[in-house]
Every structure is written in structure tokens, then in C-alpha cells.
Design a protein around this ligand. Structure first.
Ligand SMILES: [Zn+2]
Length: 274
């Protein structure tokens, strides 16, 4: 599933090609993916609108269109939004094609079909329930280690579960939680109410660093992820634990443990993470 760095990479690459472009037409090949708040047809409402700006909130992409409409894209497991400079054939996984006034096309495709694109009034976008409940953006200046500490103090659960919960912080998923906990030297099964201030500071720094490096690398392409140029990210080459269960720790050489914590596959180092 695209996490914060992947959605941010899609935002950056899509904005590079499409800002200021007009949507001339829209073809919907698999209707359930397109969800509209309006009585009028999704495709009809988009025709003639300009792509004004593209924002991100957690793992959601917000494509702001002229005259007050926003498309909220939630990629879920395997959603992809790719820009092509010219006409591009569709395949069985292409669900929506947006035709732009530069003869380019944006294709939304999704093998697993869990992703959705919601069309909402721009002023309502951040108020829809799935966005309204999101915790702070970890890379915003206003997010400090104090705030992280306060949010964790309100929970009594395993740290892995707390960080996966989008109400604690927005944008982290299985990859970046495992990586951030490894860098902080914190065992994923540790209870949030036993964390010392020094551990919260380490965790805060490791979350910010891991996400920032993930964005710089264009995201992690472990399986399906591609940016809006159709390119893979490179962060998988820097992963310390995610996807490396049973292999040697890059720091101490111990065999990395792969188990289930908070209901999710979790990889950690039994020596480096206490
Ligand atoms: Zn280790």
C-alpha cells in the first residue's frame, strides 16, 4: 500500500505534468472506483475543469480542480495514477482515463480494485470522515516530539499498533513503522505507556528521517508501487528490516525475526530493538 512517501512522490510527479492542464473528457471503465457526492455524473462534472493544485493528507491525494471541486484519491493496496504524454492503450486493470488538453492522459489503474476516487466540494474535502479523523502530518513543523509523546500517552497498546493507527499520526504504514522502530531501537511489541522520554525523542527523529529519506528516494517499490511517471522508487534498497525476515541485521548480524504484532507481519532485530 502506498504510504506517505509514496503518495508524496505521486503528488510531486503528477503535479509536474498536470498543473494548469484542463480535463477535456473522462472515461470510466469500472464505475465502482468513481464515487461522487453529486447527483450529476462523475465524468460530466469533471469536463472542462482545470487542475489547480495537488495536496496530500496522510495517504490520501487531493487533486483540486477549478470551480471548487476536489478529487480525493485513496490508493489502498495497488492503486496507481500515471501520466502519459500521448494516447496510451488501456488494459484490464485501467479503471479511469482522464484526457487532458495537452493530449496527455492520466490513467487510474488498480489490480486489487480496493482504491477509490471521491469527488467532493473542495471546502468539504478535509472534513470528510476518513480525513477528519487523521492525526497530525509527521513532517509538518508543528509536529514535535512533545506532540508525539502526548498522542502515545493517550494509548495503552503496542507501539506498532499505535503508529499504524492513522489517528495517532497520518501516513505511516507497515514499511515505515517497522523501519522507524528499528532505527529508534524500540521493540515493536513494547507498550506505549512504558516508553521513556529519551525513546520518544529517538522515535520522533527516526519517523521524520525515515519518511524524508523515503520521499527523497521516490518511495519504496516492494511490489506494485509506481509514481506518476510510472517509475519505481528506490527506498527498498535502503530498508533495514521490512521484507528482510530471517536475514542478518545490517547493524549487528543477528537473524531478523518475522512475526505478527498488532495483526500485521512485523520484522525486527531481537538484539538492536529492546
Ligand atoms: Zn541488530
Amino acid at each position: 500500500m502506498p504510504e506517505l512517501p509514496e503518495v508524496e512522490s505521486i503528488r510531486l510527479t503528477l503535479a509536474k505534468h498536470t498543473l494548469g492542464k484542463k480535463i477535456l473528457d473522462v472515461e470510466i471503465l469500472w464505475p465502482p472506483v468513481a464515487v461522487s457526492w453529486f447527483d450529476r455524473n462523475f465524468a460530466e462534472l469533471l469536463k472542462g475543469r482545470m487542475i489547480d493544485s495537488i495536496d496530500r493528507r496522510g495517504k490520501y491525494l487531493l487533486i483540486n480542480l477549478s470551480k471548487g471541486l476536489t478529487m480525493i484519491v485513496h490508493f489502498r493496496m495497488t492503486g496507481r495514477l500515471i501520466y502519459y504524454t500521448e494516447k496510451q492503450p488501456v488494459d484490464k486493470h485501467t479503471h479511469i482515463v482522464f484526457f487532458l488538453d495537452d493530449e496527455g492522459e492520466i490513467h487510474y489503474s488498480d489490480v486489487r480494485k480496493f482504491g477509490r476516487i471521491q469527488l467532493v466540494p473542495t471546502q468539504e474535502a478535509i472534513k470528510i470522515p476518513s480525513l477528519a479523523k487523521l492525526g497530525p502530518e509527521p513532517l509538518n513543523e508543528s509536529f514535535t516530539f512533545d506532540k508525539l509523546g502526548q498522542r502515545l500517552a493517550n494509548k495503552k497498546c503496542k507501539i506498532k499498533a499505535a503508529l499504524l493507527d492513522q489517528r495517532t499520526i497520518a501516513g505511516l504504514g507497515n514499511i515505515y513503522v517497522d523501519e522507524a522502530l528499528f532505527r529508534a531501537g524500540i521493540h515493536p511489541g513494547k507498550s506505549t505507556n512504558t516508553l521513556k522520554v529519551s525513546e520518544i525523542i529517538l522515535l520522533y527523529n527516526s519517523i521524520c528521517d525515515t519518511l524524508t529519506e523515503g520521499i527523497k528516494a521516490g518511495g519504496t517499490s516492494f511490489r506494485d508501487y509506481r509514481d506518476a511517471d510510472g517509475k519505481k522508487g528506490l527506498f527498498q534498497e535502503s530498508l533495514m528490516v521490512y521484507g528482510r525476515g530471517g536475514k542478518g541485521c545490517k547493524v549487528c548480524g543477528s537473524l531478523l525475526v518475522r512475526g505478527k504484532i498488532a495483526g500485521r507481519t512485523t520484522v525486527y532485530c531481537p538484539t538492536c530493538q529492546k
